[in-house]
Design a protein around this ligand. Sequence first.
Ligand code: PMT
Length: 403
Amino acid sequence: MGEGKRILLVVSGGIAAYKCPDLVRRLRERGYGVRCVLTQGGAQFVTPLALGAVSGDTVYQDLFSLTDESEMGHIRLSREADLVLVAPATANIIAAMAAGLAGDLATTVLLATDKPVMIAPAMNVRMWEHPATRANVTTLRNRGIGLVGPEAGDMACGETGMGRMSDPNDIVAAVDGFFRNAGRLAGRKAVITSGPTFEAIDPVRFIGNHSSGKQGHAIAAALAHMGAQTTLVTGPTAQPDPSGVSVIHVRSAREMHDACLEALPADIAVCAAAVADWRVADEAAQKIKKGANAAPPSLTLIPNPDILAALAAAGNKRPRLVVGFAAETENVVENATAKRARKGCDWIVANDVSPSTGTFGGDANAVHLIDGEGAESWPLLSKEAVAERLATRIAERLEEATP
Ligand code: PMT
């Protein structure tokens, strides 16, 4: 699989660095050439000698080393790889990458590289869940940086939770998947919806919902990474625009509907937005006054256009694969299966959005992929991992369908 492909492995300072010689060995068994950059912190957990022995190459450590620079300048180091893999990726190196810092050789290489980057985070669960880390990971994801793991489990610090570095075998599988998937959807066009819609009551009030756009944006980023020409039609969210994606910002369901239909023809449509089913019949032109003794206003609601159903019924412009999401709070698979039939889409991705699941706005999702044959349940995964799995399944489906 890896013949002729070169990995630059950046080893930063977490206890999981002890797994790196094994990771290098497994990558080399798959045929990848591996060269290592070791941070000062990383060198506390694994020696340059061990990494040099398993990689069969020099281990680079020092930005200001005359020897390292004359042998292999840091710019060349960053460009001579097909993939830069950061494993373990500590909270510190993730923060430095997000901020664009270049205080040592590893971060300088990461800032200078024009090659794809993948990170395998490893840190304490609280550090992983800290809003600063969440924001930094989102920033990196939106720049197109791939993520493998972390996994849940017991940690070296004695706590339990999300933050363990993925097993070397899983990292190797993700690297294989990266090379297999890169450019796989080249020549395909995709339209994705994401986020909530806001339905105006008057110029200052609206009806909305809790969708953050994390799931839809991750799907757009994953499809773009695989080479699809991707248009993301998004309602109001705090998510940054994913790189390599053409983004159309809308507010209401009607605006989203029109933007999606204008984006056709497409090969793939994925509707992950939480579109308001209804809007206010008579949107007030001026702010509705409370009035001293006036009764609260009554709102009459009328149905919004169904974007998913419209895409699935778009005649000769119908995307070859139309995928909906189903947000359910009970009888998840049964209700979603009925929804798939009602809306005329090919697949529906069902997720439980009961408040206890944290699906709306959270970072993880447990979904069931439903097609005409039945339902396949996926484990609880990060929204990025759900997006990557779904994008891979979409590519497989289109490849099967192409004679
Ligand atoms: O944004 P996050 O915080 O990451 O949360 C992700 C999510 C929970 C919003 C996402 O995973 C999800 O479930 N999206 C669909 C939400 C929804 O509106 O579900 P629904 O069951 O009401 O609608 C079914 C399908 O029809 C969806 O594909 C929806 O986009 C689509 N729809 C619904 C109504 C409408 N008028 N037009 C539509 O296209």
